[in-house]
Design a protein around this ligand. Sequence first.
Ligand SMILES: O=c1ccn([C@@H]2O[C@H](COP(=O)(O)O)[C@@H](O)[C@H]2O)c(=O)[nH]1
Length: 288
Amino acid sequence: MTSFAPPFIYNFNALADQRSPFCLGVDPSKDLLTRWGLPDTAQGLREFCDRVADAAADKVALVKPQSAFFERHGPDGLKVLQHVMKRFKQGGALTLLDVKRGDIGSTMDAYAQSLFGPNSAYHVDAATFTAYLGFGALVKTLELARAANAFAFVVVRSSNPEGTALQNSKGSDGRTVAEALADDIRAFNEQPGPKAFPVVGAVMGATLPDSDRGVVERLGGTLMLTPGIGAQGAGFDDLKRLFAGRELQVVPTATRSVLEAGPDAASLRDALERHLEPARRFRDGAKR
Ligand SMILES: O=c1ccn([C@@H]2O[C@H](COP(=O)(O)O)[C@@H](O)[C@H]2O)c(=O)[nH]1
């Protein structure tokens, strides 16, 4: 499918400048639904998502629903996922489905169709992927994303401590897994061609130590989604520590630290603003 819409990267940059680069995660866990006084059912899920969309759809650049929290409610949960994507699109936000797909090439082609193809249930602007089966297995997916003017974030260094041993293990050429992935992503984005805009980003946790600065450097101009702010212990100051000089490439994201402020609409909006504003200031740092 060839799309005539502007590529994701242009839309994201325009919205990040107008609104904020902050990406709001939507993880309607049983715990959050209960805290909000809602039943742990598809109806409860829809009510939760409508309230989040009311508070945030016209304020954020990007929304990141976590597919698992919708899938656990079966087909009705998937309808709510379609619904919440639509609500955010109507509010002018871009959609990123956090689904972390990763498989052999032939299966990846089917996943790519399900996300970016003409019959996609969601028509996402972007999705998340893992490269444990090799970056090469993702290449056709990335080509399809390019044709659809969509975007793919590949996990390079995740925010959780359990990821470190694997991601920092060294291959025969002396590079760590994360470094090799960073090089692959950069090379893919820098390929010449008629549609030579970046189509792959990297997930780089805001929780990472200073020693990961080298991976950030290897990524060059790659867009970076940075989970780990709030509930996982990182703060906006960690962005300055890890991503100084790369401010325009950072997409700060948080989920629980915003959504736990609900269900009261004013508290939810305040919590959202406490994330939108430091994300704006961080991005604006690049212009000084
Ligand atoms: O490295 C990663 C990649 C993705 N996530 C996702 O983010 C949310 C959790 O966000 P909180 O702000 O901590 O609530 C969840 O959907 C994860 O799958 C991540 O945490 N780390």
